[in-house]
Design a protein around this ligand. Structure first.
Ligand code: IMP
Length: 419
């Protein structure tokens, strides 16, 4: 099974870290193909919690090659901090990364602009990590590819060009532009650490696939945050969907053998934007508390809501899902009631499809489903689950149109049902 894409089927935070970590047991290469330090993938090994932002979740398994591909935007400062932190925790091989020389570098002025914009009326609730402005520079063809870290003069020239372009924007937003020297002072000392890791990662991934090695393409964010297919403009700036693995990692679609969609048993969203099944009552608060739904990058409380089946059907279609992994099923245990959105009432009538471009005006139609109260954490096969939980899994599988290969019943690696 050479090329496997793992993609979030909702608004991100579906629990990718754990699932990718489990699937990595059988993968020789793990590739991050989009986004940057806006992602925060939580891994729990034993009693230890490790959060990775830029480095692929495969990093905890020694011998797995980890790739940061060209669809990503990389903050060199955060990358080096993250590597240092992983090494401190005993993951000595954490520096052993392959970094695309064509991924784009996030510099101080990107973070500054992102932060300033978030203080204005048009704030999107971004992670303020400079993601949007960096992708804007890439599309405007004035970005700084990571390859520039190989040569101080190129780095200086490109950073100077980027900074000049942003100066009027920074002034209009009431900020003070950094000097070129301060921008460079932050990253120049890191060049020696990063440059030896730079390469054409697409060739590396291709070689692995040709040797029939299993390559896992690890999505970041989620389908509904995708810049083309999400709830625009409340989206991130990259191709978070499965197709993004092809453009972001530089592999042809024929190389992808499987697309696994991550489906949390309920929905969450961070930041602004439509979220039709949102719960603003004590049930929502319960999900947040039991599910530990606080942003792993920003610490913000996540908005919580009922499972949205039309959104799942949409994600299945957009990504071509052929397997799913259901996460956090245990969080629903003991809920006094359970509901799922099955369709939408729209200005044009009832629809079982997600009205993605008109979500603000759509009203969810709910169905009550049977709750359960038995502890799920010891379940290792679907048959170990109480009937109501089994029915819940079957309902998700039916909406996704494919089987669940993993059902997570706790945060630990072993609290998992695999098929
Ligand atoms: P940005 O990616 O920082 O520009 O943020 C754009 C939107 O995507 C905001 O609503 C963020 O909260 C959201 N977002 C970005 N990354 C993640 C993630 O990893 N999980 C969930 N939401 C995210």
């Amino acid at each position: 099974m050479p090329g496997i894409v793992v993609v979030g089927a909702q608004w991100g935070d579906e629990g990718k870290g754990k699932v990718v970590d489990i699937l990595t047991e059988h993968a020789e290469v793990v590739v991050r193909y989009a986004g940057g330090p806006n992602a925060g993938h939580t891994l729990v090994v034993g009693n230890e919690k490790v959060i990775v932002r830029l480095v692929p979740s495969g990093i905890l398994r020694k011998g797995t090659a980890c790739v940061l591909a060209q669809g990503m935007v990389i903050d060199p400062v955060r990358l080096c901090d993250e590597i240092d932190e992983l090494k401190k925790r005993g993951y000595e091989h954490a520096a052993d990364l392959h970094i695309s020389d064509r991924a784009h570098a996030i510099l101080a002025y990107h973070r500054l602009v992102d932060g300033l914009r978030e203080q204005t009326a048009g704030a999107l609730g971004t992670t303020k990590r400079g993601i949007g402005p960096c992708y804007e520079d890439k599309a405007a063809r004035r970005g700084v590819p990571m390859g520039a870290l190989r040569d101080p003069k190129t780095l200086r020239d490109l950073a100077a060009r980027g900074l000049e372009a942003w100066k009027p924007v920074i002034a209009a937003l009431g900020g003070t532009a950094p000097t070129l020297e301060s921008v460079l002072a932050e990253i120049e000392p890191l060049a020696a650490r990063i440059a030896p890791r730079l390469c054409d990662t697409s060739a590396l991934v291709d070689a692995a696939l040709r040797e029939n090695k299993t390559v896992l393409f690890e999505g970041a964010q989620g389908t509904l945050l995708d810049v083309d297919h999400g709830t625009y403009p409340f989206v991130t700036s990259s191709s978070a969907i499965a197709g993004g693995a092809c453009t972001g990692a530089g592999v042809g679609p024929t190389r992808i053998a499987r697309v696994v969609g991550l489906v949390k048993a309920y929905c969450t969203r961070v930041g602004a934007g439509p979220f039709p099944t949102e719960l603003s009552d004590e049930i929502g608060e319960r999900l947040r508390k039991i599910g530990d739904e606080f942003g792993s990058v920003t610490g913000r409380p996540r908005r919580t809501g009922w499972l949205d089946l039309p959104a799942l059907r949409y994600a299945a279609r957009i990504n071509g899902l052929d397997r799913i992994a259901i996460t956090k099923l245990d969080v629903l245990t003991g809920a006094p009631k359970l509901r799922v959105c099955v369709a939408y009432e729209t200005p044009h009538g009832e629809s079982s499809e997600l009205p993605v471009s008109d979500l603000e005006r759509a009203k969810p139609i709910y169905r009550d489903v049977e709750p359960w109260s038995d502890d799920l954490s010891g379940a290792r096969a679907l048959g170990d689950l109480p009937r109501a939980a089994r029915d819940y899994v079957a309902m998700i599988e039916e909406a996704a149109g494919c089987e669940a290969m993993i059902v997570s019943v706790g945060s630990r690696r072993d609290e998992t049902i695999t098929k």
